[in-house]
Design a protein around this ligand. Sequence first.
Ligand code: PBG
Length: 337
Amino acid sequence: MSDRFRLDLIRRPRRMRGSIALRALANETELHAQHLIQPLFIIDGDGPAESIQSMPGQLRLTIPLLLEECRELLSLGVCAVALFPKINVDLKSPNGSEALNSDTLVIRAIRSLKSELPEMAVIADVALDPYTTHGHDGLVDSLTRDLDNDATVEILAKMAVLAAESGADIVAPSDMMDGRVGAIRRALDSNDFEKTAIMAYSAKFASAFYGPFREAVGSAAKADAASINKLGYQLNPANRREALIECELDESEGADILMVKPAGPYLDVLRDVRESTDLPLAAYQVSGEYAQIVAAAQNGWLDLDRCRYESLISIRRAGADMILTYFAKAYAQSIVK
Ligand code: PBG
């Protein structure tokens, strides 16, 4: 008998953490490039890429630069992108009519992308905010100042058909109007786009973490762009059950993929949704989640590589199959190194 002090323990969970090999054997969650979707901002013209102040490392790309970027992403194993246009201010209007221009920036971008790189899955956002002067996702009723739900949905369904026509693999309504998934499904099907999938921004919360994105797409001409109030349609951050209702509705209306957004602050919701649906589930690690990690890393306060991994693996662990993240490319690069 050794006289070393020893606890009388049968279970010592640390045993399985004792080496790289044992830790790998017991690893429960994987994160590969194929799980990631890179959101990309696009601009018109053939000038240089534009930097985005509140999203260091992210750029607004012209269509030729977009093609280059997508070639690189594919070579890294990232096979899906979500496109967000920043259109010229003079094309914006209160009713966002540019959204239905069949030659608008994002439509041209999808066409080029799908003809040059057909293997890249392209996700087209469906909402009016890049196109409206007020930055809301739909039509604002001038009397009530509320969004006109059904009139907005009518436009969104047309937008979705345009995106499908241009070759988008997936359309992604991000507006949170009631009934839009069903209306979009019917519109796609009646135009012979029964193969185009719908990724529904189902549980999209009214989040302050969207601030940097609004700078990136210039989704309001006004100074308060970053803090525009969408509480009348996006979910109350206090509500879990309401998120589940939205997910059930989107599933019953024909969504192919459900989404929770933002991701990190809503991991409980992600887990709830994972347990209540068998559909593929997406999570959107949004601009503010990206910005806070990058900003702290730039200050030398956080280790970028490790925080990036940890933020993403947590989202996978909570139940997401796929993650929209501005870190997609950098993460993919970090694992091929
Ligand atoms: C708008 C839209 C937003 C984002 C994606 N689509 C912002 C908003 O609802 O105001 C946010 C994404 C991000 O912050 O990265 N339809």
